[in-house]
Design a protein around this ligand. Structure first.
Ligand SMILES: CC(C)(COP(=O)(O)OP(=O)(O)OC[C@H]1O[C@@H](n2cnc3c(N)ncnc32)[C@H](O)[C@@H]1OP(=O)(O)O)[C@@H](O)C(=O)NCCC(=O)NCCS
Length: 142
């Protein structure tokens, strides 16, 4: 993801997280100021159709955000983007984790398909009474 991608990313962000989307400034900050941030876009015919953010700290990778354009969901792009990023992180990281809402069945389905399992609960992560499930996957074999 580059600074020039942010407006297109922000469109998808608003479709995807209407009650708590990141601001454009949050994306600019991640790209320009966060030394731990690694941000990716997926494009189709030169159009941004999805994005994913990672923080990599030493050998741990944490997904900060991921979304695919609403009209293109269910076509396999989300899985493809996650697989790409898992391979990227595997070069330096032992583990990858993320947070997901219990009711986000589509996202949980993709994560489970890719080997993520439950690691615990973060209470009130999305706001009062809105807990997050933490999921994680080992990227390297023992
Ligand atoms: C999560 C997300 C990125 C997945 O992207 P995608 O391109 O739709 O994912 P894929 O097409 O690769 O896979 C979707 C899978 O979910 C399944 N699915 C769709 N709706 C589902 C539901 N309600 N319950 C269970 N599974 C569901 C599909 O059948 C498909 O699985 P399959 O390949 O085994 O058939 C996308 O749904 C999205 O952008 N959601 C909004 C933002 C979001 O919630 N991000 C995650 C925050 S943790």
């Amino acid at each position: 993801m580059t600074v020039g991608d942010v407006p297109a990313v922000y469109d998808i962000e608003q479709q995807s997280f209407p009650s708590g989307s990141w601001t454009m400034d949050a994306f600019y900050h991640e790209l320009e100021k966060n030394e731990f941030g690694h941000y990716f876009v997926m494009t189709l015919d030169d159009q941004v159709i999805g994005y994913l953010g990672l923080w990599i700290v030493i050998d741990q990778a944490q997904i900060t955000t991921v979304a695919i354009a609403e009209t293109l969901r269910g076509c396999g792009y989300g899985q493809l983007l996650l697989e790409y990023v898992m391979n990227y992180a595997r070069m330096t990281c032992e583990m990858m984790s993320l947070e997901v809402r219990e009711e986000n069945a589509a996202a949980r389905h993709v994560y489970e398909k890719l080997g993520f399992s439950y690691g615990g609960l973060r209470r009130d992560y999305y706001g009062p009474g809105q807990d997050a499930k933490v999921m994680w996957v080992r990227l390297k074999n023992e």
